[in-house]
Design a protein around this ligand. Sequence first.
Ligand code: PHE
Ligand code: NA
Length: 457
Amino acid sequence: MDKQQNSQWGTRAGFILAAVGSAVGLGNIWRFPYVAYENGGGAFFIPYLFALLTAGIPILIMEFTIGHKYRGSSPLSFFRLAGKKAEWIGWWGVIVAFVISTYYSVIIAWAIKYTGYAFTLKWGQDTKDFLYGDVLNLSEVPGEIGGFVPGVLIPHLFVWAIVFLILFGGVKKGIEFANRIFIPLLTVVFIAIVIRAVTLPGAMIGLQSFFQPDLSKLTNATVWVAAYGHIFFSLSIAFAIMITYSSYLPKKSDVTNNAFITGFANSSFELLAGIGVFAALGFMALQSGLPIDEVVSVGVGLAFVAFPSIINEMPGMNVIFGVLFFLSLTLAGISSLISIVETYIAGIQDKFNISRGKAVFFGVSLSMLFSLIYSTNSGLYFLDTVDYFINNFGVAALGLVEVVAIVWVFKKLDTLQTHADAVSDIRLGAWWRISLRYITPAVLGYMFIDLLRLNIM
Ligand code: PHE
Ligand code: NA
């Protein structure tokens, strides 16, 4: 009885917190601000909102409905949806989730390492040294594994220990419990950081450049592609994750409304992150006298190079600011990582019919072993390569296959709509159907062809 109860969410809020926990991650804090900045600043909000409303939320509703209706891990849900010929779509998602878990975990290990380091504030002048020097000790030479970086290896093993404990606790007493603590804490910490950032001298310089719309970018297809790509990553959709999480919903649960709440919560977080990060960059521009586009560095560099230097220069309370910033990355990262790992643990459990405990033990050990390669000196090099491959081929291609299979091959849109409408307050109509039938396949199809063109031809 108790065991049964522990394999479902205890409350609606518990499910929403877990879904938001999965969605709000490293992507919101370091990825969104620079993607928006590079793709037209304020003008990016137009393709972003379009992608959210025509792909993000419609697919989220679809995945919540699949999980809720078929009540299984992603492979099992697809099997129940259309038999053996659909099951592999679920496995594709499981494999993508597995690969992401291996490198996502090491970024969290860096954040933990930096949280500790922020206490000392011995960042020094050239913060690039953190990556390649004292702190992370990564190699700039690709392919040279070198050895383990001890300072990273220990936090990395610690990340896996936490993930193991949370997942071992079960859906309600593990995942839901952890998110009930992490997400409110993350929200409070993050709002504190943003308030501090926007009150720094120079904040306006940053905000202006973040919001300043470059409307000419709107006619550029890559900007639209970037918006779609980001929405997929940011909402954790087309990874089998949201199907898994919604399979633990009680029978009576509103799926449509939950999807809207999750989608808007994730976007609010992203917007807040953009404001905080750019306000801090504006401060940096003022301090250094450099134009803003020279202080904006992309990717890993934003959180792990630019931020430490900002923290260093900050007037008063910079220790607290630094600790809180890296703590928020850690919390956001762990709540996403547990959703990724849960996805393939659920797949393993259903397929081999083993106990949850065994599946958790086996799944976490396997991920941990593979993830150790990123704890070596060449970690960053492997990470960049795998991340690029996964984001593009894993996500864009899988999203396309998933939507086309459900809508056009197995023709399940009506079945899913009937199910969602039966349990939800909001009725699904033309907006949902047109988005999934035409808009999403067209945009993802274009993205995929473009990707092949860039990589092969
Ligand atoms: N949505 C998470 C983020 O924004 C990333 C993520 C991707 C989480 C895939 C789970 C699975 O960072
Ligand atoms: Na996100």
